[in-house]
Design a binder for this molecule. Structure first.
Ligand code: TRH
Length: 382
């Protein structure tokens, strides 16, 4: 029997801010490793990594292991770098000549891009770009269609049921098991006044709702910066639970997303998981200069809602997304009850999000699509 040489992959991750950069890279590393690749993850901020993976020793800059993944602190000055077969620069991070000078035409060099539903992504996906060292670097785009790299999710989560996830989360967060059937909303966003009408709409429909609040910017915004408004809401809805908790490991966070009836989340990594979990969600998108994030959000709405037959539901979903991301929408009287409309249509929205998740899973995940691309490259170049 011929022996199959495993594919070796280096992933380079530069943490710009928050946890999304490392969140995406860590998730991809885990899934590639599950799919039998041998992965080394280079990270330039071990503190950010530790927040989502507590097994990391942030002070230890030599090699560490997480299951089969090798983790290295990404030092600007490599002494003994030997590239793996595939090198992935996440989100256009530049690894520098001292690394790239070691590459040959047998290496596959990839720039993993940000997630976007914009239509040009399909055209640019897998395109080569000739670099100064005369080697090609290939663009690889995660995305929402068969002509992109798919979404970055872990297959194991598909086998966890909503009920299993709920039981796990109730135990993990020490929630009252008697309340397991109460409506659960996860709130992990950036700061915005739109959160208040949104939370009110949830509580108006579900007086007993459990709000899960991970230690994060939105939780500080709610429970510290605006504690008076929150106190009033708590008095008005005394059976609601506002459960603050310290950040949990990424795998546990997956369970929380799966167990929630409504995921109100922010960056690329959390929204991807929320979409795959198939329950209603809202996306508080990461702000970019010149409102580029709103174009991205509109492109997402066009793609995500294109097959929704009810114009009313389409409009409610789109306006809710826009209103969470731009408070000025709520000043318009015709929009100021938009989150109530969302909650009224919740069951129908559930059917839409479930259907979309089933469709998107069929395009396979980022790891599987990357491995196919790597195998095509190997056939042609080695
Ligand atoms: O942290 P973010 O706001 O990241 C953002 C975006 O990714 C944005 O696109 C990027 O440009 C910017 O960072 C630099 O949100 P995101 O993407 O949802 O990442 C959060 C990660 O943190 C995700 O992997 C889940 C993880 N997480 C945990 O593991 N445990 C927790 O308790 C929480 C709250 C999050």
């Amino acid at each position: 029997m011929p022996t199959i040489t495993p594919i070796t992959i280096d992933i380079f991750c530069s943490v710009i801010d928050n946890y999304g950069d490392i969140g995406v890279c860590f998730r991809l590393a885990k899934e590639l490793s599950t799919d039998s690749a041998i992965v080394t993850l280079y990270v330039d901020d071990l503190n950010a990594f530790k927040a989502i993976n507590p097994t990391i020793d942030a002070n230890y800059t030599s090699l560490q292991k997480y299951n089969d993944i090798t983790i290295k602190y990404w030092d600007e000055e490599p002494n003994d770098y030997e590239p793996s077969l595939v090198i992935i620069e996440a989100f256009g991070c530049k690894i520098g000549e001292k690394y790239t000078s070691k590459f040959t035409m047998h290496n596959l060099w990839i720039n993993l891009e940000y997630l976007s539903a914009e239509t040009w992504v399909e055209e640019c996906h897998k395109l080569p770009s000739l670099q100064n060292n005369c080697l090609n670097k290939y663009f690889f785009f995660p995305g929402f269609t068969a002509k992109t790299g798919g979404l970055n999710f872990e297959k194991w989560l598909l086998d966890v049921s909503y009920q299993q996830a709920k039981e796990y989360v109730f135990k993990y967060l020490s929630l009252d098991p008697k309340r397991i059937n109460d409506f659960i909303a996860l709130i992990f966003t950036y700061e915005t006044t739109s959160l208040f009408p949104l939370i009110e709409a949830i509580l108006r429909k579900h007086h007993n709702a459990i709000l899960l609040l991970p230690d994060s910017r939105s939780t500080k915004y709610l429970l510290e910066d605006n504690k008076d408004i929150v106190l009033k809401l708590q008095e008005q809805y005394p059976n609601s639970v506002w459960h603050k908790f310290s950040m949990v490991p990424q795998d546990v966070f997956n369970y929380i997303l799966k167990a929630s009836d409504f995921n109100i989340v922010r960056g690329e990594d959390s929204i991807t998981q929320a979409i795959i979990c198939g329950k209603p969600f809202l996306w508080h998108i990461y702000k970019q200069e010149e409102n580029a994030h709103i174009d991205k959000l509109l492109a997402f709405c066009d793609m995500y809602l294109k097959d929704v037959t009810s114009n009313e539901n389409k409009e409610i979903l789109k306006l809710s997304l826009l209103s969470l991301n731009d408070e000025s929408y709520l000043k318009d009287l015709s929009n100021n009850t938009i989150f109530d409309k969302f909650m009224i249509k919740y069951e129908q929205i559930c059917m839409i999000t479930k259907e979309q998740s089933t469709t998107l899973i069929k395009f396979h995940n980022l790891s599987s699509n990357l491995l196919l691309f790597i195998k095509e490259f190997l056939k042609q170049n080695n």
